[in-house]
Design a protein around this ligand. Structure first.
Ligand SMILES: NC(=O)c1ccc[n+]([C@@H]2O[C@H](COP(=O)([O-])OP(=O)(O)OC[C@H]3O[C@@H](n4cnc5c(N)ncnc54)[C@H](OP(=O)(O)O)[C@@H]3O)[C@@H](O)[C@H]2O)c1
Length: 298
């Protein structure tokens, strides 16, 4: 994999390289001929990454563990799902070693009800953005709305088991964005000029209710998938032990606020990439096997 190797830019360090977006950013950078470093908490992660990637073990909760990966790095793709405690120390280290950072954040500043509900992740993202702004780092903030791949964790288990999809707020609208489009924008911001200071709210191209999204997955599978409304309380009790209650409350509040509200849609993907964002129909067609075989997130 990868095009002609570029010698004009130093390596890019991808954090979250084993995660949904980071893993695709790795491939996109390699395709652009960029030398890629990956930060991983476990060295075993190397087996899941392309051989060309230089894997460094390190942990965002142990800031000094990042130093070997940062030395000689030009830009960092920063994904933060760790506790917030060490964010300031990590940003300080980044600014001492690298020129550019691209942060995977969220649209917490967007004045649409879906994005304006109480959300602990939004608080964390805002804090990290402030820390970055206080340094001399060249930065780009990317803010995907709802990732299309969320539907793998949410609905694939029922669909694989040929069960009815039971879910709260079937009428809530969102504009799911294909993870590949998010990663492509991040990769451009990491290796191309013209994105310093960029602040991109990334959405898919159309507003779809959650029930319609399940219907589109059914179309891709060639099956009609039955959808049944679940009460928020039942969702809360079924989610116990699988997701933190703060995340469950955040999702329920966002969906509740999005009923009857067309989703917020931007042209940012097309503006940056020069191509239209992929539709949810396209995403579903490309992920049929994840709904028919394998496990969650496959
Ligand atoms: N889901 C959505 O719809 C949505 C929308 C907007 C924004 N976002 C944001 O997207 C981000 C998540 O991105 P994602 O879905 O690509 O991630 P993900 O699939 O959840 O993976 C998380 C990544 O972070 C790594 N990681 C976790 N703790 C770490 C630590 N202490 N030190 C170093 N690495 C660590 C994990 O590595 P290991 O392999 O070591 O675990 C993994 O590679 C979050 O900030 C979320 O708020 C999500």
């Amino acid at each position: 994999m990868g095009g002609v190797n570029r010698i004009d830019i130093p390596p890019v360090l991808v954090t979250g390289a084993t995660g949904r977006i980071g893993r695709i950013v790795v491939d996109q950078l390699l395709d652009a001929g960029v030398a890629v470093r990956a930060l991983a908490r476990r060295s075993a992660a190397a087996t899941t990454l392309p051989a060309k990637v230089e894997v460094f073990t390190g942990d965002l909760t142990v800031p000094e563990s990042l130093d070997p990966a940062l030395k000689g790095t030009g830009a960092v793709f920063l994904v933060w799902t760790a506790p917030p405690r060490t964010a300031a120390a990590v940003i300080e280290r980044l600014s001492a070693h690298v020129r550019r950072v691209v942060l995977l954040s969220s649209p917490h500043q967007t004045p649409h009800p879906f994005f304006q509900q109480p959300n602990p992740m939004a608080v964390l993202h805002a804090d990290i953005e402030r820390l970055i702004a206080a340094t001399g780092l060249e930065s780009t903030i990317i803010r995907p709305g709802m990732l299309a791949s969320n539907s793998l964790a949410w609905w694939a288990p029922a669909i694989r088991a040929a069960e009815v999809v039971r879910w709260p707020y079937g009428a809530a609208e969102s504009a799911p964005i294909d993870d590949r489009d998010v990663a492509a924008v991040a990769a451009r911001a990491l290796h191309q000029d013209g994105h310093v200071g960029g602040d991109y709210v990334l959405t898919g191209p159309e507003s779809l209710t959650q029930a319609a999204q399940v219907g589109i997955i059914g179309d891709a599978l060639g099956n009609r998938i039955a959808f049944e409304e679940m009460t928020p309380d039942e969702f809360r009790s079924l989610s116990k032990g699988t997701a933190p209650s703060s995340v469950v409350d955040m999702l329920l509040a966002a969906w509740s606020a999005a009923v009857g509200q067309p989703a917020y849609i931007t042209t940012a993907v097309a503006d940056v990439l020069g191509t239209a964002p992929r539709t949810f129909r396209q995403w579903a067609a490309d992920h049929v096997t994840a709904f028919t075989e394998g496990s969650e997130g496959a």
